[in-house]
Design a protein around this ligand. Sequence first.
Ligand SMILES: *Cc1c(COP(=O)(O)O)cnc(C)c1O
Length: 486
Amino acid sequence: MRNTQSTQLLSELSHAGRKAVRLPACDVPEVSLEQLLPKSVLAEQPPQLPELAEPDIVRHYTNLSTLNMSVDTHFYPLGSCTMKYNPKRNERLASLPGMIDLHPYQPEDSLQGMLQLLFELQGFLAEISGLPAVSLQPAAGAHGELTALMAAAAYYKSIGEERTVVLTPDSAHGTNPASAHMAGFKTITVKSSEDGSVNMDDFKSKLNEQVAVFMITNPSTLGLFDGQMKEIADLVHSHGGLIYLDGANMNAVLGVTRPGDFGADMMHFNPHKTFSGPHGGGGPGAGPICVTEKLGEFLPSPVVVKDGDTYRLDNDRPHSIGRVRSFFGNVGVLVRAYCYIISHGPDGLRSVSENAVLNANYLASKVKHFLPIPKGDRCMHEFVASAAKLKAERGITAMDIAKRLLDYGYHSPTVYFPMTVPEAIMVEPTETESKATLDAFVETLFRITEEPADLLHDAPHTTPISRPNEVQAARKPCLRSPMCGS
Ligand SMILES: *Cc1c(COP(=O)(O)O)cnc(C)c1O
């Protein structure tokens, strides 16, 4: 059980007269506040601050800091989010004084090291993606989607074509249609086939000269690589359209295949997923985008270029869509991505992907015996199991399982996404977990499916609160006391 003290508020722990610091007696004449400040700005009552000793405060915050699960404390199989372990080396390098003491208003000649790093990162991402033109500016994956679609709109304008439609498969991440809408396109959904791949008949019936972009996540959020990719890309291109590749799942194919080689014209990376930037607390992330040569001139300005031995920011790009982020983007995240990429090297990156795929398939091959995996026999870096049978037979839902896992010290997997799988449980182990961790997780998952339904409906039992109303918690958060609302 948790220490209840950690869920009390500081005001509840307060004890009249307790102090963290006792000051020596004043040895100069005291001056009252009224003599120093106008009366209008003085409060009538002193503020009711909690009175606490230093250990009370330290314990309070230290205990609070342990209530959350993190990659450093627990296995975190949150599908789609790639919660892999973040090597501490990258943190150390990103916090070197030469990195963190820079200021973006410094003259370029005093920023040569950082500009070189960013220039080289552009090159690495171009090589990994197979797409030569790169912008590091977007602040997250979704922002990269929006930026690339704005560049696509600028491209069509430049060739005098008016295209209004973006096609997305029904398994797409929610950010895809949202970004298309924000960029001014109309989105049309393409159905998936029974096996989770794009339904080619539905796709062909919706493809025409109105289609600007086909946005596809491949490998998909089902953890499957759509083998029709080349055919899809050829068809889209023959109608004058562009392919956008949502690269959030690049950790499955690094060094194995390149989006530029299988037909993508534009893509984003999520360095906070693929290249181990710490994430999960809401950011910052980054969303660098890579595009074909012909789209390069529309990318945001500035980009980092090299003239002879000098690195500089190129702002002289007349067809650019302009800035999408202040300064150079979220540089701290980009520095970590750079460290991750150079410390692995090409072979290391490939083995990252091979192990991510191996771990996911190992887990899937065990889980499928008690939680069916409806789409695909083999997976890439993640898989989607279904609790539909368990729900029909015993009333146990994906939510029950996800909540109960917290009692056993596991972060919950992603649930109810993608919506094409009923009672979806989406598991992404990542390459950084050992066989022992995966075995223990499977054993726990199996044990949960054997537990009494009533016990599961009330889970979790060991956390400070059990099942908040999630809509209310998001829309009308009550921050005063963990007990409020009950
Ligand atoms: C995470 C994710 C995104 C969005 O990326 P952010 O960096 O969170 O904005 C888009 N598509 C897929 C498939 C994702 O997994």
